[in-house]
Design a protein around this ligand. Structure first.
Ligand code: SAH
Length: 327
């Protein structure tokens, strides 16, 4: 066993390589994923949230929410995992972190069964190690009006076009396998969740979405209403032969600008709402220019031009021909 601290939580987890085989799953790489969810809930400022973690793993996400967010924000956190070892770990972690017992429940069930049996939640975080697909239906059914639905996908090989047939079959869209694959994959994921939401007359609008460290993450605000759901579907379409995918905003910038200062969030806020990006390494320049210089030249010429979190060598710009503009 190894002691770990993440945020304000203390964990005791078995040592070993990160894999589904570990008796209790804790992935330190996902710290950013958890921190951003907590900061987003803080920025939203909704009170008395009833939170569900159907795939709770070590319990770290819920424990951090309870320890790091103001007490008024959280009414209850329901931890669930189908693994008995995970449930035992959650119990232990709640104890060693002095989390108030009255605010938590722990169950050991299949995530879908747990959701079906529930009365619904204000926050549902679908954070599996793998594809979120099997859990989307119940999550969309059980998210409350004005609720927040988090979805993590680590099946990026599908979304980024390594297995295009599998992407078409499971996400109902054609991916790209070019430098733009990260954004295209994220937008395919968003549309798929929105389609499931629409089946239950729910409009799911992204509050925060990004791709990072071999995973994709979207946090939606759920609004009830047939016409609102219809409106979101109108914003699906194709892009460079890929799709259908979500063609509108990836972030609710008004909300995320209320999140705590953080370089990553600053980058998401600065990204213009343009679909796709230009990878400077894919342009055959005589001499590779520095990204800073390219941005400066494009801006001087009156174009929108910013870096993108999707790819360190790429820029988001409305300039139709970056090479010509630079030469
Ligand atoms: N959300 C966690 C990480 C979870 S890892 C975090 O933020 O750290 C995925 C977990 O889902 C594992 O603990 C695994 O036991 C559990 N799991 C996988 N499939 C499940 C299912 N169908 N129902 C319930 N739990 C499941």
């Amino acid at each position: 066993m190894k002691e770990t601290i993440e945020g304000k939580a203390r964990l005791c987890i078995p040592e070993g390589k990160i894999s589904k085989q570990l008796p209790v799953f804790y992935n330190p790489v996902m710290e950013k994923n958890r921190t951003l969810m907590i900061e987003l809930l803080r920025a939203l400022g909704k009170k008395k949230l009833n939170i569900a973690l159907p795939l709770a793993g070590s319990g770290i996400r819920g424990i951090r929410m309870l320890k790091e967010l103001p007490a008024s924000l959280i009414a209850h956190v329901s931890f669930n995992d189908y693994s008995e070892a995970a449930v035992a770990a959650i119990k232990k972690h709640l104890l060693i972190n002095n989390v108030p017992k009255t605010k938590t429940t722990i169950t050991c069930a299949d995530a879908n069964l747990f959701l079906i049996k529930s009365k619904g939640f204000d926050v549902i975080d679908i954070d599996p190690f793998g594809t979120p697909i099997p859990f989307l239906d119940e999550a969309c059914k059980k998210i409350s009006r004005g609720g927040v639905l988090g979805v993590t996908a680590t099946d990026t090989a599908l979304l980024c076009g390594t297995y295009p047939k599998a992407c078409l079959r499971t996400y109902w869209a054609e991916p790209l396998h070019t430098p733009e694959m990260y954004e295209v994959g994220l937008r395919i994921l968003i549309r798929k969740v929105q389609l499931i939401g629409a089946q239950y007359d729910k409009a799911l609008l992204p509050l925060l979405s990004y791709s990072s460290d071999h995973y994709m993450r979207v946090v939606f605000l759920s609004e009830k209403g047939k016409s609102k759901a219809d409106e979101t579907l109108k914003l699906h379409g194709g892009y460079k032969g890929a799709g259908p995918l979500w063609l509108s905003q990836l972030q609710n910038k008004q909300i995320i600008s209320k999140m705590r200062k953080n370089l990553f969030i600053d980058m998401l806020i600065a990204e213009p709402d343009i679909v796709g990006y230009t990878d400077l390494h894919s342009i055959d320049f005589k001499e590779q220019p520095k990204i800073k210089e390219v941005l400066a030249v494009l801006k001087r010429k009156g174009f929108i031009a910013e870096r993108t979190h999707f790819l360190a060598t790429a820029i988001k710009t409305n300039c139709p021909d970056v090479k010509a503009a630079i030469s």
